[in-house]
Design a protein around this ligand. Sequence first.
Ligand code: URA
Length: 469
Amino acid sequence: MTALLSRICVAVAAHDDFDGWRDSARALIQAGVAPDRVVWTLPGAVAGDLFAACPAPDPAPDPAPDAPPVRASRDYLDLAGRAALHADPARFDLLYRVLWRLQRAPRLMADRADPDVRAIDALARVVRRDMHKMRAFVRFRVVRDADGADHHVAWFEPGHHILRANGGFFVRRFAGMRWSILTPQGALHWDGETLREGPPASRADAPAGDPVEALWRTYYAAIFNPARLKIDAMVKEMPRRYWKNLPEADLIPDLIASAQAREAEMIALGGQESGRPPESLAALDVAVAACRRCAIGCNGTRAVPGHGPAQARLMIVGEQPGDQEERAGRPFVGPAGQVLRDHARAAGLDLDAARLTNAVRHFKHVTGTKQRLHQTPTAREIDTCRWWLDAERHLVRPRVVLALGASAARGILGRTVSLQHERGRFVPLDDGVRLLITSHPAYLLRLGDDAREAEAARFAADLALAAQA
Ligand code: URA
């Protein structure tokens, strides 16, 4: 009874409130409250639960007058911040016990054989995996808002309390879209400017299927590579518990069953994939945003979709978005875009009437310095992204395509292009569209004064040709 009376009940305000928990934990340590005297209570715990054994939370204890500052190493904070999001109701007990021990043994986290350290590490690993799965498996369906704009809504069931912690990722990746992610723990809503939180939702609150879903299924079936099929590895990557919310998952049994036949077919086709392209530009943008088919798609930047009229007569294709384009979510808003705009104006070319897009949709760059420095995509990366550029061209149906530079020309033609030999004249494409190849405006920015003058004149002449066409 005495032991029970000496216990201190501390409420954690939300399941993922690591910062709040940390403030309480610091105060308890400074007041000298040992781990076995603390009961952490979580929202929603019901009477009778071990971790709800408190009738009411106690006030924060006063620190001992001579209490030293609380010590917590960086590796503890990193792991603890993640482990705190685990669904295990005993996690805050564990975190407090380790924090308590760290005051006496500051190098405790380096002892990977210690059972408490291993336990935190294991929780953190599970949470990291759950966050990754959410990033990979959220599937948006499009609904129309009252103002007629597209709103992308996804239903997802996280295994742990990761929704808020993953919010920043979805904001960065889908900054230009209006979206909501609904979960049983709460919801996130992004309107293009502000991220709001909403109450827990149920699956019935989310739309059940739409054209984007059909696209996902087509896309998945197209990229499913039977030659690489390893069922165990696939199930590990895409655990069965996520299948029920993945539009493409019900294709898996059939795809596996037909894998051998498709493998033979693929060998006969020289490895070409077959798939139906997306049926709308909105569907294309959603699918491109989720594309991870090459290293650039996996580098954590967001995809920059094409911009401009859906039925433009002129399509201008660049290489890939740059630093500013990636931040803005729009092509050609940076320095190269400014050069393009200046020359286009002089040539009488109305860029607002043109569709601006890129051969590669994600920003390839070198990290490690303060600036994100542009890196040229490889031929293979351009070829991987070609499926999207082709799809966009077939949806927009321009009469003229202006390719800026060799990467853009490769994106259209699917082969290496010599700018020197092929620029400045129209090349007919299979579907009757006329392709004009010119240099990339960023090239002008790199030239010295004399060379720039000559190149600017050629660039201007090419744009004038496009304007005439
Ligand atoms: N350069 C490109 O090729 N595309 C852009 O969108 C911006 C710069």
